[in-house]
Design a protein around this ligand. Structure first.
Ligand SMILES: Nc1ncnc2c1ncn2[C@@H]1O[C@H](COP(=O)(O)OP(=O)(O)OP(=O)(O)O)[C@@H](O)[C@H]1O
Ligand SMILES: [Mg+2]
Length: 338
């Protein structure tokens, strides 16, 4: 059995993916679910949310085998194999596989192995490399007996993200209420379908090959990438923009999500707030977000000693309720018992 992988993805940047994963990871762990967080964005923002600069610098300079996602896969760029991951324990039930700016150098390797994996022979190495993120994440989850793996990636449709997505069981799509987010959604649906289909061809090719017989222990991800819904961010709304402009885009989301991502017929009368595919509307938490970043805490754990007083204290309670509800909804969709 493999541990479920949930990836937050949109090829529109700045829609709150990293912030959402950070908070959801803390919420799952406080509900006693064991979480491995894998930072597969070479920008490593999620790693920076959990660890301070000194700790990250120490890890990056030491370049110890398995210490970051890149250090795990690096031997594959030569003649070696995956280095087992070394996780950072952030809290009880919360483990981080750190990101690495050097990961971007692995992109060319993944692009090169993609056609190789459709050849007639010598398929083991290309399949090992293309699934290396999944292999590493499963090793990590097995090591700490995790219930779920949460993954952050950058906002693009490149070879690193393709490898992450074929390692993904469930996809959640954070969106802003603007033209760019809707356009991102229009690109995302066909891309996910294409990657799913191309991965299936590779799995079939592998199963028809002699390599499968010589590597009976080799496990591969199924590449389901099932969309579980979208999250609508309010924080990206420009304060100088009229509310009408926000409404105009937000009310188009249910239809675009259905046509582009699910290939369901267009609907015209569904409001975003009534849409069952809308996992949550994420509030603009304003100054609570920088306060949480400064204290290196999820916003729902901020206390008066941290400076969360007055209206902030109420916002902390709201945030706890919001994220608890979101965690329960997502747990249900990915078949995780809370
Ligand atoms: N609910 C929120 N309320 C207010 N600010 C937020 C909220 N969520 C995220 N932000 C802020 O918005 C910015 C973008 O968020 P974040 O980095 O999580 O987005 P992202 O989608 O991961 O971006 P990228 O595409 O660059 O990886 C950050 O400065 C973050 O602190
Ligand atoms: Mg991010």
């Amino acid at each position: 059995m493999s541990v479920p992988v949930l990836t937050f993805f949109n090829n529109k940047g700045g829609v709150g993916k990293t912030s959402l994963i950070y908070h959801l990871a803390w919420m799952f762990s406080s509900l006693r679910k064991r979480v491995v967080i894998a930072d597969l964005d070479p920008q490593a923002n999620l790693t920076a949310a959990f660890l301070d600069d000194e700790a990250i610098e120490k890890i990056w300079i030491a370049q110890a085998p398995g210490s970051t996602i890149f250090q795990c896969v690096k031997p594959l760029t030569g003649v070696g194999d995956i280095s087992p991951p070394v996780l950072q324990r952030i809290a009880t039930d919360l483990y981080l596989l750190p990101g690495d700016v050097a990961l971007s150098s692995f992109e060319d390797m993944l692009s090169g192995q993609w056609p190789e994996s459709m050849g007639d022979a010598n398929l083991y190495r290309p399949m090992r490399i293309l699934t290396s993120f999944w292999q590493v994440m499963q090793m990590a989850a097995e090591k700490v007996q995790a219930d779920v793996i949460l993954v952050d990636i950058g906002p693009n449709l490149g070879a690193i993200n393709r490898s992450v997505l074929l390692a993904t069981d469930y996809v959640a799509i954070p969106l802003g209420a603007d033209l760019f987010s809707l356009q991102g959604l229009n690109n995302l649906g066909p891309t996910l379908r294409s990657w799913r289909g191309l991965w299936k061809k590779r799995l079939d090719n592998w199963r028809d090959s002699a390599d499968e017989i010589s590597h009976p222990e080799f496990r591969l991800p199924t590449g389901k990438m099932t969309p579980i819904g979208y999250l609508c961010q309010q924080h990206g709304v420009r304060l100088d923009r009229p509310v009408r402009a926000y409404d105009k885009w937000v009310q188009r989301i249910p239809s675009v999500y259905r046509t582009a991502v699910l290939r369901e017929p267009e609907i015209s009368d569904m409001k975003q707030e009534d849409d069952p595919y809308c996992l949550a509307t994420i509030r603009h938490y304003r100054s609570l977000i920088p306060l949480g970043q400064e204290k290196r805490k999820p916003i729902f754990n901020l206390t008066s000693a941290d400076g969360a007083i007055g209206s902030h204290a109420n916002a902390v309670l709201d945030a706890r309720r919001d994220f608890k509800k979101l965690a329960a909804k997502i747990a249900d969709l990915i078949h995780l018992d809370l």
